[in-house]
Design a protein around this ligand. Structure first.
Ligand code: CO
Length: 208
């Protein structure tokens, strides 16, 4: 049943199942949320954060966009990050990319995608930044490596925000994790972990 009705039916069954296991499940869930993780991932439908990590409702605050980018003028994402770090007090921010990412693939090509060009352009900049490493690679290797480098650069990008710098300054131990997901075997791999000892480049530092 591919119909939209299937989703509503599945939801009903899910809600019944949860209530059967614990009669107060939704009553307790409705009270508050205390997630310890912020997940910033790709919008790709094949990378569902809760399912691949076994996180339960209430454990993970989530933001997703095409190719998991941290763009400083993205008011939506910056609001999510600010709220997650300063109000919910999460201790871990996970930036997760995935091999085979359509956004990264688009960045490697020359097709005109209209308005999306502006979003994709950020990945092209990373390609240029790492040209020396990427240029000797064949097309598939280059694609995979750019997906990884994108995650690493986005993790660094997050340290350039006053949001993260303010948290570190106040002693809030927030760690930034760069992960990569392989759809070929369902496994996550860690690429980078950044904590408050990370040497932020001087130009990106705020006087706080
Ligand atoms: Co993607």
């Amino acid at each position: 049943m591919k119909d939209i009705k299937r989703l509503l039916l599945e939801n009903k069954l899910w809600a019944e199942e949860k209530s059967k296991i614990n009669n107060d499940y939704f009553k307790e869930m409705a009270k508050d949320q205390k997630p310890n993780f912020l997940w910033i991932g790709c919008s790709d439908s094949r990378v569902p954060p809760d399912e691949i990590t076994g996180a339960s409702p209430g454990e993970m605050f989530v933001a997703r966009n095409v190719a998991n980018l941290i763009i400083h003028t993205d008011l939506n994402l910056m609001s999510v990050v600010d709220y997650a770090i300063h109000s919910l007090k999460v201790n871990h921010v996970i930036i997760c990319g995935h091999y085979g990412c359509g956004g990264v693939r688009a960045a490697l090509g020359n097709q005109n995608f209209g308005m999306i060009n502006k979003w994709i352009r950020n990945i092209k900049d990373i390609h240029q930044l790492h040209w020396e490493e990427l240029s000797p690679l064949g097309p598939e290797e280059r694609f995979d490596r750019l997906v990884e480098l994108n995650v690493i650069e986005q993790a660094k990008n997050l340290t350039h925000t006053s949001i993260v710098q303010k948290a570190w300054k106040s002693g809030h131990d927030v760690k930034i994790h760069g992960w990569i997901y392989a759809m070929s075997n369902g496994l996550l791999n860690q690429l980078i972990t950044i904590d408050q000892n990370y040497p932020i480049e001087d130009i990106y530092r705020f006087d706080l």
